[in-house]
Each structure stands twice: as C-alpha cells, then as structure tokens.
Design a protein around this ligand. Structure first.
Ligand SMILES: *Cc1c(COP(=O)(O)O)cnc(C)c1O
Length: 469
C-alpha cells in the first residue's frame, strides 16, 4: 500500500500521457480534446487520493482505459438525441414535439443553403419572413391575419404589451395558471404593463362577474386555457362565444391563450374534446395565441391569429423584432402546417399526432417485437416482460388523461435498478424510461418503430456482454 504522498508524487505527467496515448486514440481526435481528457482524469485521481479513496497506483492499462473513456465522453456533443421510453408524448424536458420527416428535411435545407427568408421572389425586393407562413395559418384556422414569434409565452407577452399596456385586463380566478418554467399569467401580465383584474371564484366565474368588472379602463377580457390542471366538480366558466358577445357589447377585446392549440379534433380517437383553433376563431375571439410544439406537433413557436386590425397593431410593436423566429423555425413550421392540408395524412406524418392516435394494439406489437429481439439473449441477467401501462399527453395538454398503452418492463437480476437507469442515461444515445414498482419501464408509445432495433441492441449489449459504456 502506497502512502498518500507517494501516490500524489507518482501521478503521471500530462505531456507524457498524451505522447503515450498517440497510438490509442483515433487519428482525427482533436489534440485539445485529448489534453482536456488527460487533465480531467489526472485531476480526478488527485481528488480521490486526497479524499483517501485510493490505496494503490493505477496500472498503465488502467490509465489508458480511463483516458480513452474520458476522450469518448469529451468528443460527444452535450446536446444529443435520446430515446424516449417515458410514454410522455409532448415531453418538455425531452424536446416536446418531433418534426415530420419532411419538416426535418426543410430545416436541413434552411441551414445548409441560402433562402428567400426576407426576399420577395416576386418583386426581387426585400420581403417579410412572416408572409411565408401567414397565409397558410389563415387558411387553416380561418383567421384574418397571423404572426409567429419565438414561443407562446412570448406571444402572450407581446399581445398584452401591444393591446393592454396601461389598461385593465379581466381574467377569471380559475384561469390564473402557472405553466412551469416560471410562466405565470399574473407575472406576464405585470411585465406587459397591463393591470390584472381578477374576477369570480376559483371554481366558478359567471357572466355578471366579468360585466361588473368592466370599466372605462378595461381593454380586454382574457381567457386562458388551464392546460396543466383541471378544476372539477361544481364549476362554471364562460364559453368563447359568451365572452365575445359581452366584450363586444362593451367595446372591449377578447383574447384567448389556448396553450396547446390543436388544429384537429382528437376526440374521435378517444382523447378529451379540446376546442380547436378554428372553433375559437369562429367564435369571434379577437386574438388567439398557441404553441407551435405542443399539440400542433411542430417546432417551438408562438402563433398569434386574429382580426386583421388587431394583428396589424401587434406586428408593429418593436418588441416583435426581439421575439422574432429564425429561419429554422420558419422552414419547419411551414412544412408542418402544410401537412394539415391533408388531415388524415397529418395524423400519420406528424409524430406527435401519430403517437397520440396510435392504437394500443399497435403499441403492444412494438413491445412484443422488442421482447422477441431480446429476451432469450439476456434472460439470465434480467427479466423482461410485457406490461400494460398508461401514457400521458404531456406539454401541459390534457392533464390527468391516461392513454392506454403497453410497455416492456425490465427487472435486473444481479444489479440495482438505479444503476441500470443511470447507465442508460449515459449511453451515446441515452435510453430514458421510468422506474415503477421496482421495474424499469419502457413505454412503447414514445419509442419509434425504427428505434426498436436500437433499444434491443442497447439491452443485449448491456446485459448480454456486460455494460456497453
Ligand atoms: C404552454 C403554455 C404557454 C407557454 O407556451 P410555450 O410555447 O411553452 O412558451 C402559455 N400558456 C398556456 C395556457 C400554455 O399551455
């Protein structure tokens, strides 16, 4: 056993390690990465020696192994693809919606080539980026005009700042929602410079509540989709039509923050009935905002639709420039929107919609396919089983609603569940699942058809021949 002093003194020198490593690293590895990795490993070993965790010197082979593992880690991008086995379709932490194949291609084109982002091909003069999608949004929603900004939070802020700064905005107490990531209606309202007038009770707000609160200072009635929570039992709130009727009688505007903003009625597939954007527009609401990457299934964006004169005012707000979308959003959003011209195909082509409407039977087949590919190879180290489970819509949409689904459940035989879960998170393509009843659950609703083989390889690699790290 070496003394701490000896251990520290005998730590290898960075330059020597780099020289020795030469034959072990892939030739295209940047020297800076090799140096960084070597420094990290030696520092970490020094820390462990000082913490009294080391009793013997590492062999040369052990050092080389450490260096190589660290080099691989350093070469990997921090931002990378993962496999979503959580069953949460619009998983905000895992990137919400996946683009359709065509939309992903459009995004690559926008990145790799010049484009007519702000150039009118008709006139040869400067054009507007917004005009590339405005007409399509109007055609799909029935709105007179539209504008797209960075996300729905930005959309709400921009609209309030334009139309309601220095005035009163009336909101039902049952709709003062916090979305998460510190987006709260009262806070956004304060930032916009509008004064929030709360009316009604948490569970019930009536027409007379709004009517009594309207003063000469009132600029609008705001309806907010409660998204991530639900008040059940003895409840009442106004429909969009009722709010429009009341507001217009008093010469004030109606805004609705729809949150998810669905363009197709998903209740045919057994999901809860959500008002579509078209219905809200038709009800006469002056301005509607919704997300691009929730139920719409597109890129992150905040879509604002409404009456022409109202949208024109919003467009002219200088804040709009600060919240503008880039060419990647624009290119992929246009293609996602175009998918909706064929609603039946959209349900297949837009992954968010496909995952929400896929039948439980098909999910079960996926689970069985994964079991067939894996079970017998790794049976001595883990037990895999078919399990019925429930998935979630996610993204704050349709909370509490359980989508019947199927999962592959994994029980390791000779190691802890937490170790497996951690190791899966560290893979080159991490596999994210959930732990439930002492099992690692992979919900096959959110694991794509073409990922089944990858998951099988991960499981066989990990349990068949030891960890694949
Ligand atoms: C999700 C949501 C937002 C925020 O939308 P982002 O696109 O995430 O910025 C705002 N309001 C409601 C009601 C929501 O559900």
């Amino acid at each position: 056993m070496a003394t701490q002093h000896d251990l520290l003194r005998n730590l290898p020198k960075v330059d020597e390690c780099i020289k020795r490593l030469d034959q072990f690293v892939e030739p295209e590895t940047p020297p800076a990465i090799v140096k960084l990795a070597v420094q990290r490993c030696i520092e970490e070993q020094r820390r462990r020696i000082l913490a009294g965790e080391v009793v013997d010197e590492l062999s040369d082979i052990a050092w080389i192994q450490l260096f190589r593992t660290e080099i691989e880690k350093q070469k990997r991008p921090n931002f990378r693809r993962v496999i979503n086995g959580t069953g949460v379709v619009i998983h905000t932490n895992l990137g919400r919606s996946l683009l359709s194949r065509k939309a992903a291609e459009a995004l690559m084109q926008a990145g790799a080539h010049y484009s007519n982002l702000e150039f009118s091909l008709d006139t040869g003069k400067r054009g507007s980026r917004y005009s590339l999608v405005e007409k399509i949004i109007c055609d799909l929603t029935g709105a007179e005009a539209a504008l797209v900004v960075n996300n729905n939070a930005a959309a709400v802020l921009l609209v309030l700042e334009t139309l309601a700064r220095g005035t009163e905005v009336i909101v039902s107490r049952g709709q003062l929602v916090e979305i998460g990531g510190s987006f709260r209606i009262p806070d956004v309202m304060a930032k916009s410079g509008a004064r929030l007038i709360e009316v009604g009770a948490t569970n019930r707000t009536h027409l007379f509540d709004y009517e009594r609160a309207i003063t000469p200072e009132t600029s609008m009635l705001l309806k907010v989709h409660t998204s991530n929570f639900r008040i059940i039992g003895f409840t009442a709130e106004l429909s969009a039509e009722e709010m429009v009727q009341l507001a217009h009688k008093h010469g004030v505007l109606v805004m609705e923050d729809l949150g998810s903003g669905c363009l197709v009625d998903l209740s045919r597939f057994g999901l809860p009935r959500e008002p579509t954007v078209q219905e809200i527009v038709k009800a006469g609401v002056d301005v509607v905002t919704f997300s691009g990457d929730k139920l719409l299934g597109g890129p992150q964006a905040g879509i604002i639709v409404g009456k022409r004169d109202v949208i024109e005012r919003v467009k002219k707000n200088p804040l709009n420039r600060a919240l503008r979308i880039d060419k990647f959003t624009l290119s992929s959003l246009e293609i996602i929107l175009r998918e909706y011209f064929d609603p039946i195909a959209a349900l297949q082509n837009i992954p968010t919609l496909a995952m929400l409407t896929i039948s439980a039977d098909k999910i079960k087949k996926r689970a069985q396919a994964l079991l067939r590919r894996t079970s017998k190879d790794i049976a001595d180290r883990c037990v895999l089983s078919l399990m019925s489970t429930v998935s979630r819509v996610g993204g704050g949409a349709m909370p509490e609603y359980n989508l019947p689904s199927w999962a592959v459940a994994l029980q390791p035989q000779d190691m802890s569940l937490n170790a497996v879960e951690t190791d899966f998170r560290q893979l080159p393509v991490p596999l994210i699942g959930r732990i439930e009843n002492d099992k690692f659950i992979m919900d096959m609703r959110t694991i794509q058809e073409n990922e089944i083989a990858m998951v099988a390889d991960i499981l066989v690699g990990y349990f068949g021949k030891g960890p694949v790290l």
